[in-house]
Design a protein around this ligand. Structure first.
Ligand SMILES: NC(=O)c1ccc[n+]([C@@H]2O[C@H](COP(=O)([O-])OP(=O)(O)OC[C@H]3O[C@@H](n4cnc5c(N)ncnc54)[C@H](OP(=O)(O)O)[C@@H]3O)[C@@H](O)[C@H]2O)c1
Length: 254
């Protein structure tokens, strides 16, 4: 049985709790949140605390907290030489105070507290300074039925950068698309099969080969009409830049 303590009760902390709680090989010793009202509802199934001094002994402490608080909280932990990981895509392993054994347990997925997720489909990016600690992290990944990858902090930073493009920026493009359909009283749902197929295609084709549309065809009249139709100057600029990047054109000339 692997003894785990989760620190943080946000999106990731909550999903880790749900993934661990029904796993027979993992025992959640405690769940720490600085605001107990976030986790009070689970107090009948797990010991909860808002006091770092009350933290018990565990095999691993997982800090699922804001990137900017990792250093501060890890240095406040009232013990040394235990295995402490964080779950950030962008922060180095060295962000964790070195008084404990530092490691990374980064789930490469987008988490929202109230959106259910199949944890077995999440790739886990693992890093540690010793093979013993790495083996423990791999055991957690295996018991969760997750694929795992040994990824260095430098690689993880780049992976996180790529993830921002495929997830955050893509989602913002959906937001712009919804503004456009809303303005014309069109149900955004009509675009969902297109969104699904766009994503499905990259399982079969290289993203560059999968590209279609006016930019790749260089259909200038359509492109200019689209730019005219956009209301916001920022969106016009974005459209021009994306079009030029797709077609290797000078966007200033569009
Ligand atoms: N969400 C994602 O899609 C995702 C995916 C992969 C990795 N991550 C990483 O996972 C980590 C957590 O992200 P999240 O989305 O779960 O964030 P979140 O929902 O904003 O939750 C952050 C948690 O950290 C706690 N916290 C912040 N500062 C603290 C401090 N000084 N001491 C103690 N607790 C503190 C917050 O407590 P309060 O509620 O009291 O403020 C909250 O429980 C981040 O490193 C993030 O980069 C996130």
């Amino acid at each position: 049985m692997i003894k785990v303590i989760i620190l943080g009760s946000g999106n990731v902390g909550t999903h880790l709790f749900k993934a661990f709680k029904n796993n027979i090989d993992i025992e959640i010793i405690q769940w720490y949140s600085r605001d107990l009202k976030n986790i009070n509802q689970y107090s009948d199934v797990v010991k909860i605390t808002d006091e770092l001094n009350e933290l018990e002994v565990a095999d691993v402490y997982i800090l699922a907290i804001n990137d900017d608080s990792i250093n501060e909280l890890s240095s406040k932990l009232p013990f040394t030489n235990r295995l402490v990981c964080h779950t950030s895509g962008s922060k180095s392993i060295n962000e964790l105070d070195s008084k404990n054994r530092q490691a990374i347990f980064y789930p490469l997925q987008t988490f929202s507290k109230d959106s259910e997720i199949d944890f077995t489909k999440i790739p886990l990016c693992l890093e540690s300074f010793s093979s013993k600690d790495m083996n423990l992290l791999k055991n957690i990944a295996t018991t969760l039925n997750c694929d795992y990858y040994e990824i260095s902090s430098v690689q993880r930073e780049k992976l996180h950068l790529a993830a921002v493009f495929v997830n955050n920026f893509t989602n913002h493009l959906f937001t712009i698309a919804k503004e456009i359909t809303d303005e014309s009283n069109i149900d955004f749902d009509i675009l969902k099969p297109l969104i699904s197929e766009t994503v499905q295609k990259i399982y079969k084709l290289d993203p560059k080969e999968a590209q279609t549309g006016p930019a790749v065809r260089n259909d200038k009249e359509t492109i200019n009409k689209h730019i005219q139709d956009l209301k916001s100057n920022d969106h016009k600029q974005l459209y021009k830049l994306m079009t030029s990047l797709i077609n290797n054109l000078d966007h200033e000339k569009l």
